[in-house]
Design a protein around this ligand. Sequence first.
Ligand SMILES: [Zn+2]
Length: 182
Amino acid sequence: MTNSGQADSPAPAEHAQPQCAPAVRALPRRRQDELDEQWMRLALAEADKTAPGDVPVGAVVIGPDGNVVGRGSNRREADGDPMGHAEVIAIAQAARVVGDGWRLEDCTLVVTLEPCVMCAGACVMARVGRVVFGAWSPKTGACGSIADVIRDPAHAFTPQVRGGVLADECSIPLRAFFESQR
Ligand SMILES: [Zn+2]
């Protein structure tokens, strides 16, 4: 893993306007940037809890009042579950806490690595209002890298997306993991 927020990544426009996400109250940009970094540090703390043998990725879901309503770290190897990604675990937990059972329109999902096709799809299907991610994932990322599942205009609901938040910090545990696998 050598990526760490390269400038040549096919970056989504920061703070891209949603097509259908009424979601997530707009804050002044600088305040939102500070919050995103604070939240990313919470996601990094979740990544630290990743079971040995799993790629260290952490996610949190922030509820409408700014509190954490879901958290998760990657457990694919630990649970033998192909769907055991940090985002899916955090989204499932958040849906039990807020919303009308599954819609997370007023929530922000914050994850240390660009979501894959499955997780980007889960964000769309859960109607997560806003998605913030850290490091880019050139080989699996579905928020601009290999595809842009999350903002495919064919979807009835399109989350806002911001990528590259604390990208260098987020890539450190990933790099260490992959170097240890060699
Ligand atoms: Zn995933």
